[in-house]
Structures are given as structure tokens and as C-alpha cells.
Design a protein around this ligand. Structure first.
Ligand SMILES: [Zn+2]
Length: 253
């Protein structure tokens, strides 16, 4: 990995930080429209991208000099999956089979409805804008602004979206053996959503957690199973993870 990393630090949507050798955190800059984090893992002869807000391909190519070979969607939420099309058909897009099922049915239909009647969503965005102006709690107000910026970006790009669902699925775990690095894709079921996967890198004992863990914030639980979420965290702890990279915010050692 000689090229790029010392000069390229991200884009207007994300900042690129080293987590460990060959592991790069693409930390979303809230308010610019990106919301969930992404990551890049250099496997040696191939590259893995973890979650896909829209502009990350540039980062992957810049860092490694080659396009990504694998993409994992940790869960179905749009701020982790809407950039998938950038990576097809070169990359295999991987998720749990439940996540793929949700994306291929529920999300695909919802996107089609939004495309058919975008004015309803834009109206909701405008309505939330009014509520944001009235909100007195600073933290809440900031988070509402981030959400609204992300929703607006999603709507703006919807006409160009070729919704791309995963091409490879797994139900428990999958291992990718690169020439320099091995990663394990693991699911213990659904905690943040109906099905959540995370990436474990044995070398360095690093876990890229998707939205199962957020920095300084409780995970969003709209589609969650709180009891199962706690069980998943117990299982992750047993792996002996030393560095956790969350779905939002910075990583912690
Ligand atoms: Zn999420």
C-alpha cells in the first residue's frame, strides 16, 4: 500500500483515518448528507469495503490502486447500502440472507414508492425543518439536522439510483482469505435491525460493528430487538476484541 494513503484523507462526505495497518475508517461527516460510517480493508490482493455511502469507491481505488473486490452490507439501512451500485459488477456484494431478503422486497418497494411520489418525502423533510427550528435541545436538534440532510441527499440521488442488492449471502459466518489479511464476516442474528453482521479482523483483533455499536450514542432501535442486541454484544465480547469501529462516530480502543 504505497499510494494515496498519505495524501488522501477523504472527501466532503467522510474523513479517512487509519485504524490499524491495512484497515481504514471512513468516518461520515454528519450534516453533509452521509450518516453511517464505512471502512476499507486492504486484504493484499483484494480489497473489502464495509458499507457503502455513495462516494467511497474513490477512497478504495485511491488507497489500493485497484477497485474493491468485496463489499459487505452490515445491515439493510440505506445509509449503509445506497452506494452499492458504484461497486457492481466488479465486486461481490455480501450480506446475511435475511438482510438481502429485506433489501430485495421491503426496501426496493419503498424506494419505488418514494420515486413515484417524491413530493410526499420532500414535504416531510420540509416539515421536519420547521420542527428543527423550534427544537431547543441542542444535541437533539443537531441529530435531527443530520437525519434531514441524509434524507435530502437520498431523495436527490433517487432518480440515479440503481438499487443493487447483495450477490452473496451467509447465515452464520463467512471468511475471506486475502494474500495479506483474513477477515471474518459474522452474524449473531438481529439486534439493531432484523439481521446484523459485523466484520472481525483477527490480526489486530478489530471489529467493524456496523450500527450494532455507535459512538457516544445508543443504537437506533426502530427495527431492533433489544434483548437480542444485548446477547450479541455478549458474544462479541467473548471474541476478545481490542478495537471497536462503530457505525457512527469514531473508533475506540
Ligand atoms: Zn442502521
Amino acid at each position: 500500500m504505497k499510494n494515496g494513503v498519505h495524501t488522501f484523507r477523504g472527501s466532503k462526505h467522510f474523513r479517512l483515518n487509519d485504524v490499524a495497518e491495512g484497515v481504514y475508517a471512513a468516518i461520515a461527516i454528519p450534516g453533509t448528507g452521509s450518516l453511517g460510517n464505512a471502512a476499507i480493508v486492504d486484504l493484499g490482493d483484494t480489497t473489502l469495503v464495509v458499507d457503502t455511502f455513495t462516494t467511497i469507491q474513490a477512497a478504495a481505488e485511491h488507497l489500493t490502486g485497484s477497485p474493491a473486490s468485496y463489499v459487505i452490507n452490515t445491515h439493510w439501512h440505506s445509509d449503509h447500502t445506497c452506494g452499492n451500485q458504484v461497486f457492481t459488477p466488479t465486486a461481490q456484494i455480501i450480506s446475511t440472507s435475511i438482510t438481502r431478503e429485506i433489501m430485495d422486497n421491503f426496501v426496493r418497494k419503498r424506494l419505488a414508492q418514494q420515486l413515484e411520489k417524491p413530493e410526499l418525502i420532500y414535504q416531510a423533510i420540509d416539515d421536519l425543518e420547521v420542527k428543527i427550528q423550534q427544537e431547543t435541545d441542542k444535541k437533539l436538534r443537531m441529530e435531527m439536522e443530520w437525519d434531514n440532510a441524509s434524507d435530502r441527499q437520498c431523495m436527490d440521488m433517487l432518480p440515479d439510483l440503481v438499487y443493487s442488492v447483495p450477490t452473496l449471502t451467509f447465515d452464520q459466518h463467512m471468511t475471506i482469505h486475502g494474500s495479506q489479511r483474513t477477515v471474518k464476516l459474522i452474524t449473531y442474528g438481529g439486534g439493531h435491525t432484523q439481521s446484523d453482521a459485523f466484520v472481525y479482523i483477527p490480526e489486530g483483533e478489530i471489529a467493524l460493528m456496523g450500527d450494532l455499536v455507535l459512538s457516544k450514542h445508543h443504537p437506533v432501535m426502530a427495527y431492533a430487538n433489544p434483548q437480542q442486541w444485548l446477547t450479541i454484544l455478549d458474544e462479541v465480547e467473548k471474541l476478545g476484541v481490542k478495537t471497536i469501529y462503530p457505525g457512527m462516530g469514531k473508533y475506540v480502543h
